[in-house]
Design a protein around this ligand. Structure first.
Ligand SMILES: [Zn+2]
Length: 205
């Protein structure tokens, strides 16, 4: 069962500095972080002109695919003939993050009608199962795809009752919150995989 928001808060209180703040996460250094400090105030970065061609993503243009890479199967917690669900390697700051991918190396726009229908059904099932865990406020489902060419849908469970951990910014808190206990995280993804397998497919737990 995911930790209560009070338990998460206690984790944060144990990790903050004397001003009550968590350390700044690396996201502040990312090229795509859209703001910067100018004269002590946060300002939008200056937009540079478009490049001629975008950089290839992982899994295209000769770059290896993370999802198809040898050894990546150890992170698969559920699979059926066409789809697999993966976890990360370690607990996250937010209670649970999982990813849905086609087994075959396909991007979202490559799906045929049958695969598209399965995709919709799995998205609803997985999101509903994760949102049904105790202490989860909502599950955000995101598909960006700027980093990798192999379709990967993000399922991001946020805790309940933190008025600042909402919407697209909830994801940023994953970088800041101290990771939760390993045994709790393990039990949670195991439960999700088993519940998903009650519909179909196999839980690999
Ligand atoms: Zn791939």
């Amino acid at each position: 069962m995911p930790q209560t928001s009070e338990e998460i808060y206690a984790r944060v209180v144990a990790a903050v500095d004397e001003s009550g703040r968590l350390p700044m996460p690396p996201v502040g250094e990312w090229d795509i972080f859209p703001w910067e400090l100018v004269d002590g105030a946060l300002q939008p970065k200056v937009l540079t002109p478009p490049v001629a061609v975008e950089e290839p993503r992982n899994g295209e243009g000769g770059k290896p695919c993370w999802t198809c890479a040898e050894g990546s199967d150890e992170l698969v917690i559920w699979r059926n003939e066409h789809w697999k669900v993966t976890r990360g390697k370690a607990p996250t700051g937010l209670p649970l993050m999982l990813w849905l991918h086609p087994v075959e190396h396909l991007d979202g726009d490559d799906l045929d009608e049958e695969m598209a229908a399965e995709y919709g059904q799995l998205q609803v099932r997985l999101s509903r199962i994760m949102a049904g865990l105790p202490n989860i406020g909502r599950v955000h489902v995101c598909r960006w795809g700027d980093g990798g060419a192999h379709l990967h849908l993000w399922f991001i469970a946020r805790p309940d009752r933190f008025p600042i951990i909402l919407g697209s910014m909830a994801v940023e808190w994953d970088e800041m919150l101290p990771p939760g206990p390993e045994d709790v995280w393990h039990a949670d993804w195991t439960e999700v995989a088993r519940k998903l397998a009650t519909h179909e497919g196999e839980a690999l737990v």
